[in-house]
Design a protein around this ligand. Sequence first.
Ligand code: NDP
Ligand code: GDR
Length: 346
Amino acid sequence: MTTKTAVVTGVTGQDGAYLTALLLDKGYKVHGTYRRTSSVNFWRLEALGVTGHENLTLVEYDLTDLGASLQLVQRARPQEIYNLAAQSFVGVSFEQPTATAQITGLGALNLLEAIRLVDPGIRFYQASTSEMFGKVQAVPQVEETPFYPRSPYGVAKLYAHWMTVNYRESYGIFGASGILFNHESPLRGLEFVTRKITDAAARIRLGRQSVLELGNLDARRDWGFAQEYVEGMWRMLQADRPDTFVLATQRSETVRDFVRMAFAAAGFELEFRGQGEQEVGHDVASGRVLVRVNPRFFRPAEVELLVGNPEKARRVLGWEPRTTLEALCGMMVRADLERVERGVSF
Ligand code: NDP
Ligand code: GDR
């Protein structure tokens, strides 16, 4: 059991909840930060059974505030900070590019500055992303693959990544950057495509929804299980030296493949016909159209193909993904069937 203290920003999010549960389990004292909103949402922490934990302190904090960042570090006096807070939805970053830059880009700098000024010995984890590879320059992507972000979100994350590297090289700060490929779970937000799909498959199965509308079905993603990825974050901060690591499964499937898989887990056999905006997916048994393309969900610039090679993380950190996409998808559909039956809507 450790006696360390950690700060986790973005504790209300998917990764924040899983990481908090992992750290508490290891004996950490955790200061988890959340934003003041009119209806704060701790459902993920509740789902993992950690809300009332004696070693968990929930702290109101906004990443865009430098003073608040200084105060957070001064009060918590942590050995480790995991910066998971972000405006993390790629689609929204096209609508709100400035807010995304301030939160997702400059927010990380506020924390790095707080570390530099208060205690340069604090270890820092930056939640970097495969979106930085964007229009990919090599397949599969590794730590050395050149970046080419394709969204305001990707550009903001790239800034935060380079600031982490810069503070590592300029001030000797232990800044680790985890380039994580998409990772999902039953705790994934409903706006992200996997959860949108598993939720819809469950609702359609139970007669609460008739059709699912999606954007680009051809996009390929490397999807892993979030609970395993937060373990990788922790390992990065226990390493001998700060570095940059890719976490991925090395398997890439299309959104269409994931739709087929999720609907199969809900008891439908889907076949697709038509192309582009005209494409639909129908249930083979009934002939009913259950999936339709809606251009509203297209993005101004798309990331077509992501597939990462986590060899460095395997070698240096002993980290490995274990859950197959089929198992992950099945787990998400089962959780959504159960939630829809109970009438719960997150
Ligand atoms: P979520 O969107 O589920 O969580 C993001 C968190 O950031 C939420 O707790 C949110 O709070 C918080 N937040 C947003 N804006 C602010 C702000 N101004 N100040 C303080 N907190 C804020 O993301 P995930 O858990 O999926 O991802 C965690 C991190 O990892 C993110 O930085 C994401 O960009 C990155 N990432 C995620 C990947 C994935 O596949 N999941 C892959 C690679 C990187 P609130 O609840 O109030 O909105
Ligand atoms: P992504 O995840 O953009 O990869 O970012 P998302 O699930 O939003 O999209 C994945 C792919 O699916 C396509 N798509 C749709 N996406 C959404 N959300 N809704 C739809 O209806 C839809 N139809 C098709 C998208 O165009 C895209 O190609 C996630 C986030 O967690 C980021 O924070 C993180 O950095 C990256 O993963 C790695």
